[in-house]
Design a protein around this ligand. Structure first.
Ligand SMILES: [Zn+2]
Length: 71
């Protein structure tokens, strides 16, 4: 296994652990159950920007799982 593969594997494992944790808590992994995502810059604040598309703003894990953003 090369270094790149090892790195990809590590990232995948981290991602899976995060998703499993969110699943246990029933929260959307994309926004951690908040229903919105924090903007990168305070200069780009808008209602649309805050809204989490992955769970339709519900913050619920199952909504995220059934969204087109899943995987
Ligand atoms: Zn969400």
């Amino acid at each position: 296994m090369g270094l790149l593969n090892a790195l990809l594997q590590w990232q995948e494992t981290r991602h899976e652990k995060k998703v499993m944790k969110m699943k246990d808590e029933g929260l959307c992994p994309a926004c951690h159950g908040k229903g919105y995502n924090l903007p990168i810059s305070e200069f780009y604040i808008s209602p649309d920007y805050f809204h989490c598309d992955a769970c339709e703003g519900s913050g619920i894990y199952t909504d995220w799982e059934h969204s087109p953003y899943y995987n």
